[in-house]
Design a protein around this ligand. Structure first.
Ligand SMILES: C[S@@+](CC[C@H](N)C(=O)[O-])C[C@H]1O[C@@H](n2cnc3c(N)ncnc32)[C@H](O)[C@@H]1O
Length: 282
């Protein structure tokens, strides 16, 4: 497990509006101690953790970046426990389109958010990307690792909850399919800004999200997410090049009963510093 305590303390402290000094005062410790925690130079004393988590309005597990085994935040934890692959093992339809737009002539660093059982992440790894991928489900990540083994590719799969996990390294491509409706509305901006800030100049986001349409009823196998407003996804990319943005209504048979979805999809490129005049992306 990757310990993410340092960055989580800093992130929660800022979002709760405390300075290092204020937090230190409330815990009756020095502000230097808080500064050292946030720079990963030392760890808080274990006896301080309950008070620290309480002040930051979170819990100790979240602060540590740990997802308890029993915490089922999504019905997919159970759905992925079947022997066969719930979503199959063929890559999703955005994968080939991304490959065409961002051909990995060098090993591009790709992050998949909400990789499920790993079919898309493994496809990208097989095509030469350097892939990192996470999902909140333990059952999904286990199957994803198995799929990577079958295809003899390396993928950095790990378990994380997108609400608690923030990027601290840069990626060339951020890809996500059918996941962003799980982001709590109040965290959408913060998470999108974190992904945008950690995308390399010339890099790309290939993302789709389910959107609300009054004429489409809630699907019978609803997974508890909250659909975005139509067009909302595109608003995050005002200063990027929108190579493609589209809205589609399609039929689906997940869960065995026919139903419809509406989805917004974006392929957006972060312009290099020179505005794309020279060496415009890859
Ligand atoms: C509709 S599935 C899509 C899976 C995968 N992207 C695919 O296309 O096969 C949604 C995925 O989002 C994941 N998910 C739901 N909530 C999450 C969260 N809070 N953090 C990370 N992943 C989450 C689920 O476990 C599930 O794998």
């Amino acid at each position: 497990m990757e310990l993410r305590l340092a960055e989580n303390i800093a992130r929660f402290r800022k979002s709760r509006g405390y300075t290092q000094e204020e937090l230190a005062k409330r815990l009756s410790i020095s502000s230097q101690a808080v500064s050292k925690w946030e720079n990963a130079q030392s760890l808080p004393d274990i006896s301080l953790l309950p008070a620290l988590a309480g002040l930051l309005e979170t819990d100790i597990d979240t602060l540590m970046g740990y997802i308890p085994k029993k915490k089922a935040v999504t019905p997919y934890e159970e759905r992925y426990k079947i022997e066969e692959y719930y979503w199959g093992t063929m890559p999703g339809e955005m994968c080939l389109e991304l490959l065409r737009r961002c051909y990995p002539t060098r090993p591009l660093r790709l992050l998949e958010v909400g990789c499920g059982e790993g079919k898309d992440a493994v496809f990208f790894a097989r095509n030469g990307y350097q892939v990192t991928a996470f999902d909140v489900t333990e059952s999904g990540i286990e199957k994803a690792k198995r799929l990577a083994d079958i295809h003899q590719v390396e993928v950095n799969f790990f378990r994380a909850d997108l609400h608690d996990y923030r990027l601290d390294e840069e990626f060339d491509v951020i890809y996500s399919s059918g996941v962003f409706h799980h982001i709590l509305p109040e965290l959408r901006r913060e998470i999108m800004e974190n992904y945008i800030a950690h995308t390399a100049p010339g890099g790309m986001h290939a993302i789709n999200v389910f959107v609300e349409k009054p004429f489409i009823p809630v699907p019978p196998d609803s997974d508890g997410g909250e659909n975005w407003v139509s067009g909302e996804l595109f608003t995050y990319y005002r200063d990027w090049l929108l190579e493609e943005c589209r809205e589609t209504v399609f039929d689906c048979r997940s869960g065995g009963i026919g139903h419809k979805h509406c989805m917004d999809t974006v392929f957006a490129r972060k312009l290099p510093e020179n505005g794309g005049k020279e060496n415009g992306g890859f």
